[in-house]
Design a protein around this ligand. Structure first.
Ligand code: SF4
Length: 251
């Protein structure tokens, strides 16, 4: 891959970012700063370039994506645009989604939901599946743990639901943050009242990426936090399941 300011990493043979075996492109730039972020290096905004440069970047990335075609075909996989926040670079995202569609490559967009509504709805029409994180519904808690208001994230999800977009919800299970009976109850109530979505993937917190905090000299709020126990994960699975959700652990 050529150097570019927009995608800082490509991960091949990924099995946690949507269906089948996938190639995941990590976009640079994220408006949130979640305490548990595994890619804190992705949060800084990239420098802007012109449209011609964007075309060059898209062409180069398409070459990379197509190297893995055989794995997509055999596993029902494809490409996932993740980050960072892919909605921060809508022009590049749309170019890649269009070119993947032309080549019949399955696409997922992995978003925090904190992005421009028009761009999100457009991406949902161009992609096969949106992977959407729902973490917290409490405004104060969302601001405290991610740095931004929850209103846009909740409203964007409602809009996707109205559009009947294909969405896979993901619930990051973060001890002491999202993993409280109260928060889980409120997430369930919000989803039932406001969306058509009844499938949810629970993503238990893990400590991968913690070394990055030290090397970047950023405060690691999760330093003393351990991943949730298997027992706790199963309890949360039950909590969603008993309210009519189909629950998967992981991806
Ligand atoms: S939304 Fe994702 S990339 Fe952005 S800060 Fe949160 S965990 Fe990190």
């Amino acid at each position: 891959m050529l150097e570019n300011p927009y995608v800082f990493k490509i991960q091949r043979y990924s099995i946690h970012d949507g269906p089948g075996i996938r190639t995941t492109l990590f976009f640079q730039g994220c408006p949130l700063s979640c305490h548990w972020c595994h890619n804190p290096e992705s949060q800084a905004k990239p420098l802007k370039t012109d449209a011609e440069d964007m075309d060059r970047v898209a062409a180069d990335l398409m070459e990379e994506i197509q190297k893995d075609l055989i794995f997509y075909d055999d596993s029902g996989g494809g490409v996932t645009f993740s980050g960072g926040e892919p909605l921060c670079q809508p022009q590049l995202l749309f170019r890649l989604l269009d070119q993947c569609r032309e080549k019949e490559i399955h696409t997922c967009v992995d978003t925090s939901g904190y992005g421009d509504t028009k761009a999100l709805l457009k991406a949902a029409k161009k992609a096969e599946l949106i992977l959407y994180d729902i973490k917290l519904v409490d405004e104060k808690a969302h601001k405290k743990y991610t740095g931004k208001s929850i209103a846009l994230v909740l409203d964007n999800l409602k809009q996707l639901s109205r559009q009947k977009a294909a969405v896979r919800l993901r619930f990051p299970l973060i001890p002491q943050v999202t993993d409280t009976d109260e928060n889980i109850g409120r997430v369930i109530a919000f989803l039932k009242e406001n969306t058509i979505y009844r499938d949810i993937h629970i993503l238990p917190f893990h400590r991968a990426g913690e070394g990055k905090y030290q090397s970047l000299n950023i405060k690691n709020y999760m330093e003393d936090i351990q991943p949730p126990s298997e027992e706790r994960v199963l309890k949360v699975k039950k909590q969603f399941g008993s309210r009519g959700f189909s629950v998967t652990i992981g991806g």
